[in-house]
Design a protein. Sequence first.
Length: 539
Amino acid sequence: MNFSIERPWALYGLLLIVPPLIYSAFTYKKTFSLLMKSAKNKKTKEYKNIRKRVFARVILRAAAWCMMIFAMAGISWGTVSTPAQKNGNAVAMVFDISYSMTARDCPNNLTRLQAVSSYAYDLLDKMQGVPASAVLAKGNGIIAVPLTEDTEAIRSLLSMLSPKLMSSAGSNLGEGVNAALKAFPKNVSNAPVIWLFTDGEESDPTLENALGAALKKGVSVIIVGFGEERETEIFAGDGKTPVKTALRSEKIKQCVSEANKKNLGGQGFSFIKGASAQFIDATELGSARKVLSTIKNDGEKIAMSYEMQPVDRHLFFIVLGIIFFVLSFFASEFSLRGFHEKLALSLVALCLCSCSSEFEESKKILGAVWNWNQKQYTEAVAKFSQSLDEAKENGDETIKQYALYGLSTTYLMQNENAAALEKINELSGSAPNKIKFAAFYNSGIIAQREGDYQKAAELFKNALLVDPSNVRAKINLELSYNQQAQRAKESERQLNGANEISQEESDLQKSVFNRIREKDQQQWKNIQQEQKDASPLDY
């Protein structure tokens, strides 16, 4: 996830919120105690609502302060691939100085460390002013020579390469690669490359992950192998324990292959253009030329590299802080509970206030409308029924009409057509035009459902007489006419089909009877002919 904090000292600002919280708690406790003394009922809804609002305001403002502190601290997580122009190269040379490198199996009877020293000497002669650093890797990784264009310090180190330069035990090549990444300045203008000189022996298998981390940052890694594939016996660090060691080229190639696969988009790594891992055997003909080719840029040619940069969340925390601060005002000035009903009430109250002064009854109607919009039909029926009963008791005709209309619409949505029609029929002729239109329209819908298209057409015509501009009523009127005409055509087609079938059956019967008569006549003629042809010899 690459979580990081650029300015951790800024987090101490979170402690500054403690005194205001203590002061607020003390002040509000004192205020509430005075309210409780003056209140007749200590558990009134108003008292509870005030406490909730104050608590919400304090929490939201504290959250706003925390967001601003996080923004100041420079918290970041995640990474993004960003292109960067690089002029030339910079090299971090990582030397494996574990005891396995003391094996004497290199040409001219040299130890692996002696071969590495001679090999690196030749590379430095050909690097022509390319800045380089030196990293030692054993059980840990340390930067022995920082990045510099003066290679004399590195040459001096090469003559002293030995496992005794580091006291840590084991062999951890991954730590060497990680230390090499730290050897490059944060915004270095050169394209970074790591050269790792090793035999591939690891006591801690961390090389593959380290290669992935380097490629993720756009840093290529060249691993130069030393030693023979055939195992050689040496003594471990204690000077007594014999161990077998060899150039583990297959293991290195496997790590290189897996790291390159991940860098090409698999397993959570992003594709970093131009970065790759490579294995080169030092005994291979022209191996030094291949290593040097990774830092050639054709003079002053500018190269394009892609780096993984952390995603700064500065703006994210600032926006959150502003949101929390604004919400603190809403929490203190408005009651969030029932806020949706109050909002609906403010939008529709103008329609009802002109007809009735009973604000609370209007509020119940609007609460039922909200439940209806949320498809909470059971709650809507209950609220509409309660409003209807109260309107009948108070003699409020307007509320009564709205409650009846609301019940009919809710029943219609529940496919209870009979109950919906019953409530529609209770509506009076003095109902507002909007309710009259809706009553005719909904009755037409019920008639359509029941297949009575003639009645549906009449109801939609009545609805259009109330509101001639309503497009839905016009469409349903045409549909009713079309359904009615189609049903008439189907009835006529069925009747004509029955007559045709009857005529066909009559013709078929005549044909059958004629055929039977023909067969009977033919059979009678055959019998007579047989009698004429019969002779005495037949007997």
